[in-house]
Each structure stands twice: as structure tokens, then as C-alpha cells.
Write a protein that binds this ligand. Structure first.
Ligand SMILES: CC(C)(COP(=O)(O)OP(=O)(O)OC[C@H]1O[C@@H](n2cnc3c(N)ncnc32)[C@H](O)[C@@H]1OP(=O)(O)O)[C@@H](O)C(=O)NCCC(=O)NCCS
Length: 182
């Protein structure tokens, strides 16, 4: 099991994972790049363009620079993690933090998210980030378990307000900080 850069070779497996999730939006923020560019991820050529966007350092105006990694084992796509290099917007500082991750439903409960978050904390340290903000919904027990297992310290629970609702939040958001060791 390892984290790899996104690759078109995982197209079929990525689609199988999307079917399990019931959405092409399984990667949250990363998927916005596909949406913005009108890409149909069922199509291999479009998927390849999306992969190129994910591994490129170029981002549209206002996006934070990010690094994207996929978790794979034996050429099976298991999940994804995105590291935002800095928090350049209120929504990142308040709601989304430095890191987002997800594991395909059939692979959950085996420690994979914990593995991914630990690995990406090392990437954050390499970037020079001394600590990172990792957030999750107050009712997301699994994600809270992952964050705590990686040393997360809860600093605030942010109530739902109009700003949060505008970003689709319907529950309070836990704001954890994790020291990277940098
Ligand atoms: C949150 C998510 C990434 C967890 O992935 P995972 O690979 O199943 O997590 P892990 O196996 O590493 O579990 C980590 C911890 O959470 C606990 N946990 C897992 N599922 C749980 C659940 N449904 N309820 C309570 N605790 C749970 C595990 O027991 C483990 O704790 P432990 O080490 O003390 O045993 C996964 O459920 C997911 O992709 N959810 C949808 C997307 C999402 O919520 N992303 C995070 C946004 S902040």
C-alpha cells in the first residue's frame, strides 16, 4: 500500500470507487478542477486531462496551491488525500483546513485514512509547515478518530452560521491542529 501521484492508469479503478461512493465528487476539492474545466471523468481522455491538472502546480485564481496523492494497493485505487500548501482564504482557515481525505467505502475501517494522514503530515513537514489545520464535521466520528490518532488537538468547534451554510455546512466544524515535526 502506498501513496502515489494521480495517474491515468487508475482510471478504471477510480471509476469503480466513484460507483461505491455514488458520486464523481469523491475527491471534494480536487474534483472542482474537473468541474471548472467541464471534464467528463468517465471519458479516459478527460480523466487524463484532470490527472494532468492535479499534478500540475498551476491553479486557477484564488485556489491555494496543493499536492494530491492517491492511495493504492495492487493497482487498486483506495482513497485520496489533498494537502493545501497554505490557507489563503477564509473558507480554508475556518472550514476546510490544510488537508482533505477520503477512503472508498469498501476499504474503510482498516486504518487506511490514518495511514494517509500520517504520510501527508510528513509531506507537510517537507514543505516547512510546522503545524496544519485539519477540520471535520462534529458528527464525523471516523474522521475525528483519524485526526486524533495522528496527534490532532481540538482547538475550536466552529458553530454553523451563514458563512458556513454558504459552503454547504450543516453541522459545527471541529478545528484540530497537528504538529508535523518540522
Ligand atoms: C473518515 C474516513 C476517511 C475514515 O477512513 P478509514 O480508513 O475508515 O479510517 P481508519 O480505518 O483509519 O479509522 C480511524 C479511526 O476511526 C475509527 N472509526 C472508523 N470508522 C468509524 C466509525 N464509523 N465510527 C467511529 N469510529 C470510527 C476507527 O476505529 C479508528 O480508530 P482507532 O484507531 O481508535 O480504532 C472515511 O470514513 C471516509 O472516507 N469518509 C467520507 C469522507 C470523509 O468524511 N472524509 C474526511 C473529511 S474531514
Amino acid at each position: 500500500m502506498k501513496l502515489v501521484a494521480p495517474t491515468v492508469e487508475l482510471h478504471r479503478s477510480w471509476l469503480e470507487s466513484a460507483t461505491e461512493w455514488g458520486t464523481f465528487d469523491q475527491e471534494g476539492a480536487a474534483y472542482h478542477l474537473a468541474e471548472l474545466n467541464g471534464l467528463d471523468l468517465r471519458d479516459r481522455a478527460d480523466f487524463g486531462r484532470w490527472v494532468e491538472l492535479l499534478i500540475s502546480p498551476e491553479r486557477p485564481e484564488g485556489f491555494a496551491p496543493d499536492s494530491n496523492f492517491w492511495l493504492v494497493e495492487d493497482d487498486v485505487y483506495l482513497g485520496a488525500v489533498q494537502l493545501r500548501h497554505y490557507l489563503n482564504s477564509l473558507q480554508l482557515r475556518e472550514l476546510f483546513g490544510h488537508i482533505g481525505y477520503g477512503v472508498r467505502p469498501s476499504a474503510r475501517g482498516q486504518g487506511l485514512a490514518t495511514f494517509m494522514l500520517r504520510a501527508v503530515l510528513w509531506e507537510a513537514a517537507v514543505l516547512g509547515l510546522r503545524r496544519v489545520l485539519v477540520t471535520c464535521r462534529e458528527d464525523n466520528a471516523a474522521s475525528i478518530g483519524v485526526i486524533r490518532a495522528c496527534g490532532g488537538v481540538l482547538e475550536n468547534i466552529r458553530p454553523v452560521d451563514d458563512f458556513a451554510r454558504g459552503w454547504g455546512m450543516t453541522t459545527p466544524i471541529c478545528q484540530f491542529w497537528i504538529e508535523t515535526g518540522a
